[in-house]
Design a protein around this ligand. Sequence first.
Ligand SMILES: [Ca+2]
Length: 449
Amino acid sequence: MFLPVATCALMSLSQTATPFDWRDAVIYHVETDRFFDGDPKNNANIEKRNPAGWHGGDFRGLLAKVDYLKALGVNAVWFSPVAKQVEKPHRSARLTHWPFHGYWPARFDEVEPRFGSRADLLALTKALRGAGIRIVLDVVLNHVGYGAVHAGIRTPCGKDDITKCLFGLPDLRTEDPAVWEPLVKSTKQLVDETGADAVRLDAANHIGPTEWRTFRRAIPSPLLIGELWGFDAAEKKSWDGLRARDLDTAFDFAFADLALGWVTGRLATDSLAKHLAKRDAAIAGAAVPPIHFLDTHDTEPFLSRARGDKAALKLAAVLEFAVSGIPLINYGNEVGRKGGRWPTNRGDMPWGAAQDKRLLEFYKRLVYARRIDPGLRRAKSIVSALSRDLLMVMRGETVVLLNRGRRREIAKVDVANAKSWVDVLSEKKLAAKNLTVSPRSARILVRAE
Ligand SMILES: [Ca+2]
């Protein structure tokens, strides 16, 4: 069909004017220092062999890998907080711990020079925008790094969530407008400059609801994501806590354990189905669904928790992409990045031959399945246990079958008189009468006829 040029112009205009629907997002999380070193000139105090040291990654490194992210198919990136960090490590008997992660700010109005210059940051955000990848800025406003000098530091530390010194870090008197307002102002400036689409609020439950409401009024447009430690998307009280702070959404810290429990056989299939139904009911009232993950920089990698079982990882990843919520890929999930508990969980991103290319291809198919299918992104999810080991997730007319067992399963699925299906993961066509699912594998089925 040929459309008149004027109609085409109108269409593109209305498309750009439509706000992004976050149900369509697949977020990729990057530890900037661990991803890729794009500029050795900004390297200082590099200790590649120290798992808690600086490793040299930077904004230019991430910029150099925008094509990689595009090929993976993700459409949002969350990278480390950009604020200038304290210059000294925090020493314990076991570790010399540097602020490579970005969570020990020293100055809120400057960019960490090891990550690059402000111009490097803006070049990165411009490139991401150009690639259609949304920007999730990470900001730390609850505290400063060990030894930092700041007029707003609280002494002594309190005992409640708001006034305590998290991990012994100097806490800021965020309830004092003289301390809070400049913090909000510097965040607003960063959001405006970078054109951030979302802001991740670190340690959000350690800052009062009143302050978050002030923040919302000052910075109305980006999606506000609270890091509310322990937030469980199945629990109404978690959502109530989010709403009291006037934030848009949160990370679902409960999902990874559900996925691990089920793929390793500790959680019964019908228990998982019941729990996910409860989770869906709790999510139903939210404008933006929660963000769920298999692991983050704060947890042990899923692959390590599953004792290196990649079939378990793949099943869990399909479940992650099939249920309600926004899936988040932690850097390297898609290529089998190794690592165990802290501090080895924040290892370097493998590149080249160190990547598991078959796993990467699998992840690309998974992201692709979601991209081509609005049902998988937006339709209500209906989860049911078809047998002891076979789980079905229906999203609109799309059917996801997951077999955690050691035997081949045959699913009886009767959806809208479908005669045959195509499995987006394997590209195989299957007759509706013969929906087989191999041991330890999954299918994402879209209707063929
Ligand atoms: Ca560097």
